[in-house]
Design a protein around this ligand. Structure first.
Ligand SMILES: Nc1ncnc2c1ncn2[C@@H]1O[C@H](COP(=O)(O)OP(=O)(O)OP(=O)(O)O)[C@@H](O)[C@H]1O
Length: 315
């Protein structure tokens, strides 16, 4: 059973905007799932439908196998909205208590949950501070903590690292991993591709209300049109004769005694190293130049919009 599943989900807003055009999505448990797409792609609409904030026009969706039309589907669901505005007069603890109580948690269990989740996001010492006295990144961590109170099995986080500094961001990655290890799904909406690349086991790229591709980051990156397997070498100056043979095979000189060459298989790297060493050339570094999620995203969205997209240059 998938923890989140949608079938042919569509949404046409009043005025005729088709925000979703038949979305089929399956998200298993124990995974961090990233939803990526440009502005207006339909990401928030999808999350709002799953949380019953917006009604779909057609199609169906389930959370833990329960139809989203039933209130029961939302039991055990945590949510951090984008740009949340929790009352500034509440303390960090107050926010977590408020949302924990709304989820039906009471008494000692609420005390335990609130304490545990604030510690988890590194705000145990700030529990009595009012939100207006916390930095943006700290308030965001309070938002993550409240979404985790009650140990929900499905957690939606909209732009969770917005305003969070790099050290705290790493802390949040640790928190998310801990949660998914226990079998929960963390569903992330983010514009930060590098963050999604670090965090998510599964990614879906959406545009104009449709999923263009879904899979692991490496599966999505492997599908980039015209993606090349490039390797960058950093060596001593090459003898001219050797350079000529490499150039004939498509090698390209780069600054500071570096060159880049396309290979078909990783096994070719050893052969190249042997050739360089046979000519007594010192090798300082060999770096495969992998495409990243941003390249894949730009490639897919560009193709979807009929744009010619320049591939990233290897420096
Ligand atoms: N309440 C609404 N009424 C009419 N149109 C809407 C409404 N909400 C969203 N839309 C439109 O639906 C489309 C999808 O919007 P949505 O907010 O779901 O996209 P998004 O991918 O979350 O975008 P962003 O990254 O900018 O938040 C857009 O064209 C948007 O203008």
């Amino acid at each position: 059973m998938y923890l989140i599943e949608t079938k042919a989900l569509t949404k046409t807003y009043k005025g005729g905007v088709q925000a979703l055009r038949g979305m089929d999505l399956q998200v298993p448990g124990g995974c961090c799932f990233g939803l990526l797409g440009p502005n207006g792609a339909g990401k928030s609409t999808l999350v709002k439908i799953l949380l019953s904030i917006v009604r779909p026009t057609s199609g169906s969706a389930t959370l833990r196998g329960i139809d989203i039309g039933k209130a029961e589907a939302r039991r055990g669901v945590g949510y951090l909205p984008e740009g949340h505005k929790f009352p500034p007069y509440l303390t960090a603890e107050g926010v977590c208590r408020y949302f924990g109580a709304l989820a039906g948690i009471t008494g000692k269990e609420l005390d335990r949950q609130v304490h545990e989740k604030l510690e988890l996001v590194g705000l145990g010492d700030w529990k009595d501070t009012k939100l207006k006295g916390l930095s943006k990144g700290m308030a965001q961590r309070v938002g993550v903590a409240q979404a985790l109170v009650g140990d929900p099995g499905i957690i939606f986080l909209d732009e969770p690292t917005d305003g969070v500094d790099p050290v705290a961001r790493q802390g949040l990655r640790f928190v998310i991993r801990k949660v998914t290890e226990k079998g929960a799904v963390v569903f992330i909406n983010s514009h930060l591709l590098s963050e999604i690349e670090l965090l998510c086991d599964q990614v879906a790229i959406v545009d104009k209300g449709e999923i263009l591709r879904q899979g692991t980051v490496s599966e999505i990156v492997a599908g980039v049109q015209g993606s090349k397997n490039l390797v960058k070498f950093h060596t001593d100056e090459l003898p001219e004769e050797l350079w000529s043979t490499l150039e004939e095979r498509g090698a390209e000189r780069k600054p500071d005694s570096r060159f880049v060459i396309e290979i078909q298989e990783d096994a070719e790297i050893s052969g190249l190293i042997d050739e360089l060493r046979a000519a007594a050339v010192m090798i300082y570094a060999v770096e495969p130049q992998r495409m990243n999620l941003e390249d894949a995203f730009i490639d897919l969205i560009g193709a979807d919009r009929g744009l010619q997209v320049e591939k990233r240059e290897v420096a």
